[in-house]
Design a binder for this molecule. Structure first.
Ligand SMILES: [Zn+2]
Length: 333
């Protein structure tokens, strides 16, 4: 589809979100600045190509541009889909460009590569304990439970989930993390759900801070669903929520601009993530604004959207957040 077939207008959240509004909203190390500049050069030279894409939830092609930069001043556009209210990066890089970016620049630019792996592993273990608390009473995680974690990193979360006798497999695309966990005898493999030949039917599947990176979240969750069991396999999904910026990590300080990353394709709300579950064949058991959620493989895909958000309401929420921030003087670095 060519750009002329898209309906695109611009209504930025505030002046802070324009391309040249000021310095990056988070401090950057020398290595991060270098990685950012290399990314921008690859886009400018045409090695990476940006293309408008239909919305990943409703296939709509009408968008309102609400931001022109990310937290590190990478010149990417964040839009709201007028069809379903999903906030998303658009135009996007081609999938081969994202693959290359993850292999060559992502770790230096966006992950805390300065955090020692042992610390990262401990953090993952804390997350594992939080997940067990969240699903307690609804999901049996014990001897014989088969767990699949997508984006398992170094496997700290998986280790906690398996501590009571469950067996698990973690998939990830980062060999450094994977090797760290393998040294602790964790079952970690390189791969993603679409390309990995899974030898078991998982009872419990975990996606933590993964789905926001995916161009096709519905296709991803459908691929998991067919490997699970109807009425039995549970899915835990956690993503950064556009309505939880204020309760998020302290360095966000209620600033949505600090959450923007060129590699985040989707910025979910409770309503838009619920759409993803319904359209990929899951029944939502619980979901909050944070966003943490638990769903069950239901086998039936709902026809059409059951829940849609008005893009104007979404934009208004983001504007209110920004107004409060500027009023509190937090927007000034
Ligand atoms: Zn949409």
């Amino acid at each position: 589809m060519v750009e002329a077939e898209y309906d695109i207008s611009t209504s930025l959240i505030s002046g802070r979100y324009s391309a040249n509004a000021g310095p990056p909203v988070l401090p950057m190390s020398e290595a991060q600045i270098e990685a950012r500049d290399r990314l921008m050069a690859r886009i400018a030279s045409g090695r990476y190509e940006e293309r408008w894409s239909p919305c990943g939830i409703c296939a709509g092609t009408s968008f309102v541009v609400i931001a022109e930069r990310d937290r590190y001043n990478v010149a990417v556009k964040t839009c709201i889909c007028k069809g379903c209210g999903l906030v998303q990066t658009n135009p996007r890089l081609r999938s081969e460009d994202y693959e290359d970016l993850y292999k060559t620049l992502y770790r230096s630019l966006y992950t805390s590569s300065e955090v020692p792996l042992d610390e990262f592993f401990k953090k993952q273990k804390r997350i594992g304990r939080r997940i067990l608390d969240y699903v307690a009473g609804r999901v049996e995680v014990g001897p014989g439970t088969r767990i699949l974690e997508i984006g398992a990193g170094a496997g700290g979360t998986l280790e906690v989930l398996c501590a009571g006798g469950a067996v698990g497999l973690g998939l990830d695309l980062d060999e450094t993390y994977l090797n760290h966990g393998r040294n602790r005898w964790l079952n970690l493999q390189f791969g993603a759900i679409g390309s990995f030949d899974l030898a078991f039917r998982p009872d419990f599947v975990v996606y933590r801070h993964v789905l926001e990176h995916m161009v096709d979240p519905i296709g991803e969750l459908k691929a998991v669903r067919v490997k699970g069991r109807r009425g039995y396999t549970h899915l835990y999904v956690e993503v950064p929520g556009i309505d939880s910026v204020e309760d998020g990590p302290t360095r966000l300080r209620g600033d949505f601009l600090r959450t923007l990353q060129s590699v985040h394709i989707n910025y979910f709300s409770k309503a838009s993530l619920t759409n993803v579950f319904h359209l990929s064949g899951y029944k939502v058991l619980k979901i909050d604004d944070s966003i943490r959620s638990l769903a069950l493989v239901s086998g039936k895909e709902k026809q059409g959207l059951q829940v849609t958000e008005d893009w104007r309401v979404v934009l208004e929420r983001l504007r209110c957040l920004d107004n409060r921030l500027v009023g509190a003087g937090e927007a000034m670095l």
